[in-house]
Ligand binder design. Structure first.
Ligand code: SF4
Length: 336
């Protein structure tokens, strides 16, 4: 198996952003008050080289802002700093994130000429009202147009969506996922909304004008979204904010923040599969489920949550899990 190439992130927190989205404060999330300069690109690559085995190659990623809305000279200075490393093969590619309303053919041609291979678009929702209430300042049509332009340019397209935004509902999130699927991205990131301290969303939440998205809501919803993306063959490359000590220490004031959100969602997907294999006739029985090696902990759930839920729901005597040579996310029942 080819190891995944290590990503060297360079943060450009809120740089270029023409609007401040209500939920966002990239400066506090990244812990970097100042945006990156060309020397930070060099430092990120050199530190990556020192930390890894000789000959390792990397992906450079500009995250946390609206890269394509940064003044062109500053974009160019950052991208130029990466060129010697691209030429020597230390960097294999460059990726960046931006907004759907800050992209056109000319910009994409410029990015390609500097070795950018992947553009991540923060779509967040395809619901007009959710976008408006979240202060996004762009429309669903902007997302459709930008995604088309990225694909037309032959670049890899990653789309980001959020759940639990102001005015959002699980139905709207599922509809957003289906619309993203129609745009044929190469991957998606799903971020349940977290109330970051001192953002406009924090103020709304404190005033009782926004109800925080809970983990209890986000986990089953993200599980359902993953099923949609899986069926379409689109990888979910990230679920939830990258955990950091700052977020865990209270910067995440409310909302669906959990350092192991991906594991919770995976356990939930297993729970649904296990549930589908049980019926009222199982009351009082011992039940044994088989899953792929390495997936027993996901199948049992954090703190045996899945096992407890099924035992109570179906009145089981006992539920056990064993490993068998099965595909991922497949559960079969073994006669006890
Ligand atoms: S969500 Fe994206 S576009 Fe909005 S303020 Fe944050 S970095 Fe800028």
């Amino acid at each position: 198996m080819t190891p995944r190439r290590r990503i060297l992130p360079v943060f450009v927190p809120n740089l270029g952003c023409p609007h401040r989205c209500v939920f966002c404060d990239q400066r506090s999330i990244s812990g970097r008050p100042e945006p990156a300069r060309p020397e930070d690109v060099v430092r990120a690559v050199e530190e990556g080289r020192l930390a890894g085995p000789a000959g390792e190659s990397f992906t450079l990623a500009f995250y946390g802002g609206s890269f394509t809305a940064i003044p062109r000279g500053e974009q160019e200075a950052l991208l130029r700093a990466a060129q010697p490393y691209l030429a020597s093969g230390v960097l294999k590619d460059v990726r960046l994130s931006t907004r759907p309303d800050c992209l056109d053919r000319e910009e994409l041609a410029f990015l390609k000429s500097f070795g950018v291979t992947t553009v991540e678009l923060g779509v967040q929702s395809m619901d007009r009202e959710v976008l408006r209430l979240s202060g996004r300042g762009h429309t669903p049509e902007d997302a459709v147009k930008a995604a088309g332009l990225v694909k037309e340019a032959g670049l890899c397209l990653i789309l980001q969506m959020m759940t639990g935004l102001p005015g959002d509902t699980p139905e709207k999130s599922l509809a957003t996922a289906r619309e993203l699927i129609r745009l044929s991205p190469d991957g998606v990131r799903v971020y349940p909304t977290v109330v970051i301290r001192d953002t406009p969303l924090f103020t709304l939440w404190k005033a009782g004008l926004y109800k925080a998205h809970t983990l209890e809501e986000a986990v089953p919803l993200c599980a359902a979204l993953c099923e949609e993306f899986d069926r379409a063959g689109i990888p979910v490359i990230r679920l939830g904010l990258n955990p950091t000590p700052r977020l865990s220490a209270g910067l995440a004031a409310a909302g669906a923040y959990h350092p192991a959100l991906g594991e919770l969602v995976l356990a939930r997907r297993y729970l649904e599969r296990e549930r589908a294999l049980l019926s009222p006739e199982d009351r009082g029985r011992d039940v044994v489920f088989a899953v792929r090696p390495g997936r027993v902990s996901a199948a049992v759930g954090q703190r045996r949550e899945n096992a407890k839920t099924l035992t109570e729901e179906f009145g089981l005597r006992r539920v056990r899990f064993v490993e068998r040579d099965l595909p991922d996310l497949t559960v079969t029942r073994i006669i006890a």
